[in-house]
Design a protein around this ligand. Structure first.
Ligand code: ADE
Length: 347
């Protein structure tokens, strides 16, 4: 189980354990950790969520109490992990990171919980994928800061309650609808993170470029922001590809043309759509004549995981109106047909 958790001290410098296999690739990269803001003062966007969290943190500090448990919801890459690092930093507590699918048995979770100190923070990514047997240990842990062990079976069964320190659980999920009501109801703070505006992404890109000692023009930063699917993780990843391109093909400065050329190589179009986004839309338009079509049928045609389409592909396409979700299935919009230069067969 040690291989499935990572603990960060509040200044992010003292890493113990090994990073979870189940964290997103970017969350494991030391580069991204250093691009991450470590204080809310450096954090751009998500104003409502940040304001709520800042007040909760200030109040908890004034009362000298731990925070309420926090549930963060939103598509991947919008900063749920970053926010949990910031909360731990601002509270001056240790952060332990794990994820739902790595917690296979009750003992996996109990082992982590019993090592948490007073006010420490446990971040569970993809909390909607936590197995039911593990979830049942979470209820008394969240509510009473205790775990119940049962020894022996049948008439010899004995139960022992083990007291935990008052920890703070931060759960992150892309699918809040898959959380059971009893688990959802045990979080005192629930916030959804939204896609970032191009202007916010531009500020993030310029900040990251400065950290990476990369020169970038305002136009270059905006061109990159517009192709980043409203997502800082995408912006930071593409910035690195564009930085490489600028270094090899240009004089190192990231300009508009540098962004455009580098991202064509990456298969990213002028709306920031990836090859998978375009295949998804093309399947609905050409294979299912614009829809409506069920997600399982699209996934089968594309030979992709349904979860990848629902969690990663669809949220941004829905947000920019290229796909519509109806009671009878997904439909591609006229804007999607125009963007891909595809016509529907007349019905
Ligand atoms: N890097 C990633 N997300 C960020 C954010 N919201 N603000 C500043 N830098 C970031």
């Amino acid at each position: 189980m040690d291989s499935d958790i990572i603990t960060f001290s509040s200044d992010n410098s003292d890493k113990k354990g090994v990073v979870s296999e189940h964290l997103a690739q970017e969350d494991r990269s030391p580069d991204i950790v250093s691009l991450r803001p470590t204080r809310f003062d450096d954090y751009i966007g998500q104003k409502d969520a940040v304001d709520t969290l800042k007040i909760a943190i200030q109040a908890a500090k004034l009362r000298n109490e731990p925070l309420d448990h926090i549930l963060l919801h939103g598509p991947p890459g919008l900063g749920k992990t970053t926010v949990s690092h910031i909360i731990a930093n601002e509270m001056g507590r240790e952060l332990t990171v794990t994820s739902g699918p790595t917690l296979e048995k009750g003992g996996d979770l109990v082992g982590i919980l019993t090592h948490l100190g007073e006010g420490d923070i446990l971040f569970v990514d993809e909390i909607h994928r936590i197995p039911k047997v593990v979830e049942e240990f979470l209820y008394p842990a969240m509510e009473d800061f205790a775990v119940d062990f049962v020894f022996d079976k049948g008439i010899h069964a004995r139960s022992h309650r083990f007291r935990l320190k008052q920890f703070v659980l931060i759960g992150a999920t892309t699918r809040v609808g898959l959380l059971s009501a009893p688990l959802r109801d045990r979080f005192g703070i629930f916030r959804t993170l939204d896609f970032y505006s191009d202007e916010q992404l531009m500020v993030i890109i310029k900040r990251s470029a400065a950290i990476l000692s990369t020169r970038i023009s305002d136009e270059g930063a905006m061109a990159l922001a517009r192709r980043s699917r409203g997502t800082p993780r995408v912006a930071n990843r593409l910035l690195k590809r564009v930085r490489d391109y600028a270094q090899v093909k240009y004089d190192g400065q990231v300009s508009i043309s540098c962004v455009e050329e580098a991202l064509v190589l990456e298969g990213i179009d002028n709306l920031g759509l990836t090859r998978l986004d375009r295949s998804y839309l093309k399947t609905i338009i050409s294979f299912y004549n614009g829809g409506p079509v069920g997600i399982e049928a699209i996934a089968a045609t594309l030979q992709e995981e349904t979860d990848t389409l629902v969690d990663v592909v669809e949220p941004y396409l829905l947000k920019i109106g290229l796909v519509l979700r109806t009671s009878s299935g997904r439909r591609a919009s006229e804007a999607a047909c125009r963007h891909l230069k595809l016509d529907l067969k007349s019905k």
